[in-house]
Design a protein around this ligand. Structure first.
Ligand code: NAG
Ligand code: NAG
Ligand code: NAG
Ligand code: NAG
Ligand code: NAG
Ligand code: NAG
Ligand code: NAG
Ligand code: NAG
Ligand code: NAG
Ligand code: NAG
Length: 673
């Protein structure tokens, strides 16, 4: 009886994770085929190293002959885990050290890139010395010395006596609960003929997906706090109430950060639908609520940073994301008491002005931010609208309408307090003319704007912050933040500015994907206006470019943006019982296809735009669960005759919504000449 129940449970778990159809997009999936990976190339060799090529794909043995000689191995993409190798021949005085780095900029025999602590000397972490005397046979790195993210491994001889090694592998530690890292439940494919690499959009979608996978880690692999002493690192701290769990970065900080999840989790949903690590992260935040105030921590343990009203808001917004994607009602009911107390905590900071006075000042690194601040108020608005939605799902209609009423009142106050007509943007607070990237992007995305022309003006205003590499955030000077740019990207699409959205995507994420400063597979946490790795140098990172993370889920904005906007497939109620198809066809991309799954089943969509001599035509194929229903939105500029499943043609205007039942449909839209 018990055995049967276990079998039934495990079958249903497997069923929840379906596999996306195979196709040309699979060639762009960055995830390794095996959980044991070998170097794919030699980056460089210094001094006396005999047969270095033998270490590529485990072909044979290599000898490092003299003190100070070293070999830098390239795993091809970002990886993370424990190194094993075989000592084939050693002497009693042989000695070696290992150093790790994500960026090729920090390949060196003397130190890894930094993960323990930022230091201007860039060498805080140091190297991992293999304990001497060496013994012939198999050796594995101690688990506390886990490196969660790197692409290059340098092996250096610390002795005049030679050492011969082989079989230098890395056992991938992320995604511990999944055997086949490439078995995604969703996919995306589009060609971008306007860019130097026509496969860029597909590549960046998969780069975001893989980044989130590298951030999905075993419970006991957090960065140790207090940080390990200089010259070392330690990643064996407990990260929360259950694992696996989603953290902010592969190399660091290796802790739960709810703001980061505002981007990473939608990326996770459309690619792997691997939401258990997200549930574990949110449970960790709710379990650590302050019992007397209702405040949630800013980050998970062992950092357990306190004092951020905005990250508190993100835990609440993240609860809505998780529920919408999963429909996990029993979990929502478990956290509901703490969730409502946490909403009340923010509502308690709304004073007689009707605005929230932000007093928990920690945030995503931006400057300013306290008091009656536009970003904080925008996040509270999103908390209230999503809280109202969740209360409706739990049939608590009184609470739903109370939150909704307060949201409506806040929207009016927000526009009165922050709109700066002369700039065509919202200002950071009532005593400044600085118009921040975060609040303006949020205002469009969260529907704080009061008209479509206003939203479009903001989109245009945000573009004024751009240089060749993307938006330089007014609220964090000299910084391009792919986290906030991920919201800006969606805001340009949301306001109907498809070409501007794609322009931003190519600038910022084109830079990240191709620059040889990055790992060219997972996504950089941030960079300076001139593209250097000195992100946040003057803002907590102690002028240490080696500390910057190259696999940060908060930079994965293109993954959900391409699925939800360019392709145009979104769910509009829990698990996709209702959905919307609103392709963004006005940016010059001629076709897109993709899909994802929810517990209701598969959602697939494909569109192709054909340019005729005088008008355009759009063909659409859609496949959704039969018990669902949705709408197809006629794209802007595309009003005309619509033929559904080969039936009679009917006329529709741009923006019209055509109702569709679940199942398979084909739609042909012929634009009026
Ligand atoms: C990146 O490419 C430039 C130009 O080829 C080269 O000078 C530089 O050393 C490279 N940087 C890295 C980290 O490989
Ligand atoms: C680098 O700086 C840290 C202090 O931030 C210091 O503890 C460490 O010893 C320095 N490393 C080297 C190799 O000098
Ligand atoms: C080579 O490494 C793999 C992966 O760590 C291990 O399973 C295998 O036993 C090793 N082979 C030898 C001969 O050491
Ligand atoms: C709710 O908060 C209390 C502390 O007030 C905590 O003990 C409890 O574990 C939390 N419940 C959940 C489900 O996180
Ligand atoms: C916000 O609240 C803090 C703490 O209560 C208070 O010191 C500050 O004056 C308030 N700010 C405004 C603008 O009222
Ligand atoms: C208002 O915003 C500006 C720009 O972000 C900031 O420098 C200033 O400290 C803020 N003022 C208050 C009262 O928070
Ligand atoms: C809310 O009410 C609907 C309709 O009666 C019901 O189907 C649903 O199960 C209820 N939801 C919860 C969480 O109780
Ligand atoms: C709505 O706002 C009012 C005024 O700030 C506040 O007293 C009330 O608690 C809020 N309602 C809810 C459900 O948060
Ligand atoms: C945006 O807010 C307005 C009210 O200010 C509302 O009428 C409209 O339905 C909202 N749009 C969405 C998509 O929720
Ligand atoms: C790029 O910007 C950083 C930080 O502002 C600065 O330290 C560096 O010198 C700049 N690099 C170049 C090549 O201008």
């Amino acid at each position: 009886m018990n055995l049967l129940r276990i079998l039934l449970l495990s079958t249903s778990t497997v069923l929840v994770h379906g596999r996306a159809p195979a196709g040309p997009w699979d060639a762009f999936n960055f995830a390794p085929k095996s959980k044991t990976v070998y170097p794919t190339a030699i980056h460089s060799v210094h001094g006396s190293v005999i047969n270095p090529q033998q270490l590529v794909l485990n072909a044979g043995s290599t000898t490092i002959a003299t003190r100070g000689s070293w070999i830098a191995l390239d795993y091809g993409v970002e990886v993370g885990g424990l190194i094993s190798l075989r000592f084939d021949a050693v002497t009693s005085t042989s000695a070696i050290s290992l150093s790790f780095t994500e960026s090729a900029s920090f390949i060196r025999p003397t130190a890894s890139d930094d993960s323990s602590f930022p230091s201007a000397n860039t060498t805080y972490d140091g190297v991992l010395r293999v304990p001497a005397p060496l013994k012939t046979g198999f050796w594995t790195q101690p688990s506390s010395a886990l490196r969660g993210g790197f692409r290059f491994l340098t092996i250096v001889s610390d002795s005049d006596s030679s050492v011969t090694i082989s079989n230098v592998s890395c056992a991938i530690s992320f995604m511990p609960h999944v055997q086949d890292l490439r078995a995604y439940s969703g996919y995306f494919y589009a060609t971008d003929p306007a860019f130097h690499d026509a496969d860029f959009l597909t590549k960046i979608w998969y780069a975001g997906a893989y980044t989130v996978q590298t951030n999905t880690v075993p419970l006991s692999t957090g960065r140790k706090v207090p940080f390990a002493p200089a010259g070392t690192w330690a990643n064996d701290a407990n990260l929360g109430v259950a694992g696996p769990i989603i953290v902010d970065g592969a190399k660091r900080d290796r802790a739960v950060w709810p703001g980061d999840m505002g981007i990473a989790v939608p990326a996770q949903f459309v690619s792997t639908n691997d939401l258990i690590p997200t549930r574990n992260a949110l449970s960790t935040m709710f379990s650590a609520i302050n019992p007397s105030t209702g405040a949630l921590p800013e980050s998970g343990p062992p950092l357990s940073q306190l004092g951020s009203d905005t990250y508190h808001a993100w835990s609440l917004i993240g609860t809505h994301n998780y529920y919408l994607f999963s429909g996990d009602t029993s979990w929502l009911q478990q956290v509901w008491a703490n969730y409502t107390r946490a909403v009340a905590f923010l509502e308690g900071k709304v004073d007689r002005t009707g605005l929230i006075n932000i007093t928990g000042l920690r945030d995503w690194a931006r400057l300013g931010g306290g008091g009656y601040n536009a970003e904080g108020n925008a996040l509270l608005y999103r908390v209230l609208t999503t809280a109202s939605d969740l209360a409706n799902y739990l049939n608590n209609t009184a609470l739903a309408s109370a939150w909704s009423k307060n949201a409506t009142a806040l929207k009016t106050k927000f526009n009165a307090a922050f709109w700066l007509e002369s700039a065509g943007l919202y200002r950071d607070n009532q005593t400044t003319t600085l118009c921040p990237q975060d609040a303006n992007s949020f205002a469009i995305l969260f529907n704080l704007t009061t008209s479509a022309p206003q939203a479009s003006r903001i989109s245009e205003g945000l573009q004024k912050n751009w240089n060749d590499l993307g938006p330089v955030a007014p609220e964090l000077p000299d910084t391009i933040s792919p986290f906030i740019a991920g919201f800006e990207l969606q805001a340009h699409f949301e306001s109907g500015n498809d070409a501007r959205a794609l322009d931003l995507l190519r600038r910022t994420w084109g830079y990240i994907l191709y620059t040889n400063l990055s790992v060219q597979s997972t996504l950089l946490e941030g960079f300076t206006a001139n593209g250097s790795l000195s992100y946040r140098s003057y803002r907590g990172y102690n002028y240490d470019p080696a500390y910057t993370s190259h696999a940060h889920g908060w930079s994965a904005g293109p993954t959900p943006a391409l699925t939800f906007y360019l392709l145009g497939l979104t769910i509009t109620s829990v698990q996709g019982k209702t959905w919307s198809l609103a392709p963004h066809v006005n940016g010059g991309v001629p076709n897109a296809e993709g899909g994802f799954e929810t517990p209701l089943g598969w959602f697939g969509f494909k569109w192709t735009l054909m340019n005729g001599a005088s008008s355009r035509a759009l063909t659409v194929r859609v496949n959704t669960p039969s018990i669902s229903s949705g709408v197809f939105k006629v794209p802007m500029g595309m009003g005309g005759k619509v033929t559904m499943d080969g039936g009679a043609a009917r006329s529709f205007m741009e923006g019209d919504e055509i109702e569709l039942q679940g199942g398979s449909h084909s739609v042909l839209l012929q634009q009026s000449a």
